[in-house]
Design a protein around this ligand. Structure first.
Ligand SMILES: [Mn+2]
Length: 318
C-alpha cells in the first residue's frame, strides 16, 4: 500500500515520539497506542517513546507522563481518533509533526500525514498491516506488540465477528497469531466482565419488556439510582440484548435527568431499520444502530409503537 512506509520514515526521523489516542479509550485505542509504542521500543531502543493520555483503559491501565518540553521537536502519532477535540491530551499540537492513523470517516484534518481507511473494522488491523509492509521487514512485530494489536482487533470487532470483518482481517489476525500470542487467553482477558457488570446485566434483564420481536427496556430515575448508573451507562448496555434470536429490534431508553426526558439507543437485526425512527426523535445513526435524545414520556410510548410497526413492516416484506 502506498503511504504505509511514511510511519516508518517518521519513526526513524524523530528521537522523541508521543503516542496519542481518543478520550474514554477502548481496546482499539489503547491496543493500537500500546502496540505501536511497544513496536518502537523493541526496534528503536534508543528512542524516547511515550503513550500519553489522562484517562486510562481498565484492561491496560497505563499512561506515560510527559512535561510540555517533551512535545517540543517530537513526533505525534495519533491513533483511532477522528476529531481534534477527542484526542486525549491536546498537547499533540506542540509536536513538530503529526501523523494520524484512523479508521473513522474523515471529518477534520488536524494532522500533517494521514493514513485513514474507514472500511477497516479496527485501527489495530490497519496498524498490523502497516507494520507488516515490506518496508518494515527489518523491524518485526514482537509478541508483546502483537498481543496489544490483537486485543484491539478483538474489541472493535467483538471477537472478529462484526460486519466489517473480511479475509484481510483474518490474515492480519493470523500474522499476529504467528508471533505465538495466546489467542484464548487474550479473548478471556478482553471479554470477561467484572462481577458488578454481571450483576447489573442480571438486573437489567429482569426489567425488559418483550413483545412481537421487540425487546424494550425503559428505565426511570429511581431504578437508575438504585443500580448506581447514569442514563448514559444504561444506553451503553444496549449490546447486552443483541444476541437473542427472537429479538428483531432492541431498545434502551432511560430518564436523562433533564426533567422527565429520555435518551436512548436502538439496535436491530439486518432488514429492520431504526435510522428513520431515530431521526424522528432527535437522533440518528445507521440502519441497524441509532441513538435518540430528549424524548418526552409520550414520545417513548410512540417510539415503542413505531418500533413494533417497523418489525411488522420488515416481516411483511420478507
Ligand atoms: Mn477503533
Amino acid at each position: 500500500m502506498q503511504g504505509y512506509a511514511k510511519l516508518l520514515e517518521l519513526t526513524k526521523k524523530y528521537e522523541k515520539i508521543a503516542v496519542f489516542r481518543h478520550t474514554h479509550p477502548d481496546g482499539d485505542a489503547a491496543g493500537s497506542q500500546l502496540g505501536y509504542k511497544s513496536w518502537v521500543q523493541a526496534n528503536f531502543p534508543e528512542k524516547d517513546v511515550r503513550a500519553l493520555g489522562f484517562e486510562t483503559y481498565d484492561i491496560y491501565p497505563y499512561v506515560d507522563q510527559a512535561e510540555d518540553e517533551f512535545l517540543e521537536g517530537a513526533l505525534a502519532v495519533i491513533l483511532d481518533t477522528s476529531n481534534s477535540a477527542r484526542v486525549d491530551d491536546a498537547r499533540f499540537r506542540r509536536a513538530a509533526e503529526v501523523i494520524r492513523i484512523d479508521h473513522h470517516p474523515v471529518v477534520e484534518h488536524f494532522e500533517d500525514i494521514l493514513i485513514c481507511e474507514p472500511e477497516r473494522p479496527s485501527v489495530c488491523e490497519l496498524l498490523a498491516d502497516i507494520l507488516s509492509e515490506e518496508a518494515y521487514a527489518e523491524y518485526p512485530l514482537t509478541q508483546e506488540s502483537a498481543a496489544y494489536l490483537y486485543s484491539g482487533m478483538l474489541t472493535d470487532t467483538l471477537n472478529l465477528s462484526t460486519p466489517g470483518c473480511n479475509g484481510r482481517t483474518m490474515r492480519a489476525a493470523a500474522r499476529l497469531a504467528d508471533t505465538g500470542i495466546d489467542l484464548s487467553a487474550l479473548s478471556v482477558r478482553m471479554f470477561d466482565v467484572p462481577y458488578a457488570e454481571f450483576d447489573l446485566r442480571t438486573k437489567l434483564r429482569t426489567l425488559i419488556e418483550f413483545q412481537d420481536g421487540l425487546c424494550f427496556l425503559r428505565l426511570e430515575t429511581p431504578q437508575l439510582q438504585e443500580m448506581g448508573i447514569t442514563s448514559n451507562d444504561a444506553k451503553n448496555m444496549i449490546a447486552e440484548f443483541g444476541k437473542v434470536r427472537e429479538f428483531k429490534i432492541w431498545a434502551v431508553v432511560a430518564d436523562n435527568g433533564k426533567g422527565g426526558l429520555y435518551d436512548g439507543s436502538l439496535r436491530s437485526k439486518d432488514g429492520y431499520l431504526v435510522n428513520g425512527i431515530a431521526s424522528r426523535h432527535h437522533g440518528g445513526g445507521h440502519d441497524q444502530a441509532a441513538g435518540i435524545k430528549d424524548l418526552t414520556a409520550e414520545e417513548v410510548l410512540l417510539l415503542k409503537e413505531e418500533l413494533l410497526a417497523e418489525i411488522k413492516r420488515a416481516e411483511s416484506a420478507l
